[in-house]
Design a protein around this ligand. Structure first.
Ligand code: 13P
Length: 252
């Protein structure tokens, strides 16, 4: 049984004040919510104040990135121990925006994944194809490469902590969601690759999220699919009402 995981990736939104207000209202709205893991991913400087507010509650905290060294002369970077120290449980790694604008590669993703795992941070590894790649019929090749390279050398003993997020780039912020069937096809393929790398039994416990224009009005049909175990939500995670509705997706 995989516990569904709904995560809000706030990207570069929300000041400290806005974030505190958001999580306070989200906690009130959800109450002692059970059955779905709820995660919010604020920007680095907002993590600590949000962590203070979330203490003792059921909402988990994620960072949006991490560096692959523990400490040192790496101006501007944030290490896994620093993230653990402020109470992060998860860290998003390899988001397509980081790959596109900040030089993230499969190799750096892999280094970050291994470093996060060695500090007991659960990586949410993002994979997904560009529109041109999809149109060329390359979706499966691209995703296979990203998953295999991202997980290269990862110890099977820690692999169950991993979450994979399938985020087709053409669906991010565009309003064009992959159809539930399209997402299911790719996500079932991803589970197969994870099974080949580790074991089919391990692939059965690793959660795979879908991301890309997830909204209150499409979450229910996405979550029906057997290999969609949750969502990584951008725009619709910024408002309490829409995010709470996504968390409370209808179980069919
Ligand atoms: P949108 O939900 O805004 O399409 O963003 C998806 C995303 O990139 C989450 O990481």
């Amino acid at each position: 049984m995989r516990i569904p995981i709904i995560a809000g990736n706030w990207k570069m939104h929300k000041t400290v004040g806005e974030a505190i207000d958001f999580v306070t209202r989200l906690q009130e709205e959800l109450g002692e919510w059970e059955g779905t893991e709820v995660v919010v991913a604020p920007s680095f400087i907002v993590l600590d104040p949000v962590a203070q507010r979330l203490k003792g509650g059921t909402i988990s905290l994620a960072a949006q990135d991490v560096f692959w060294e523990e400490k040192g002369a790496y101006t501007g970077e944030v290490s896994p121990p620093m993230l653990r120290d402020v109470g992060c449980r998860y860290v998003i790694i390899g988001h397509s925006e980081r790959r596109a604008y900040f030089g993230e590669t499969d190799e750096t993703v892999n280094k970050k994944v291994k470093m996060a795992l060695s500090h007991d941070l659960n990586p949410i590894i993002c994979v997904g194809e560009f529109l041109e790649e999809k149109e060329r019929g390359d979706t499966f090749n691209v995703v296979e490469r990203q998953v295999k390279e991202g997980l290269r050398g990862v110890d099977a003993g820690t692999a169950r902590q991993i979450v994979v997020a399938y985020e087709p780039i053409w669906a991010i912020g565009t309003g064009k969601t992959a159809s539930p069937e399209q997402a299911q096809e790719v996500q079932s393929f991803i589970r197969g690759i994870i099974g080949d790398i580790f074991s089919p039994a391990l692939a059965e416990v690793i959660r795979i999220q879908y991301g890309g224009s997830v909204k209150p009005d499409n979450i229910d049909e996405l979550m029906v699919q057997p290999d969609i175990d949750g969502a990584l939500v951008g725009g619709a995670s910024l408002e309490v009402e829409s995010f709470a509705r996504i968390v409370r997706f209808e179980r069919k």
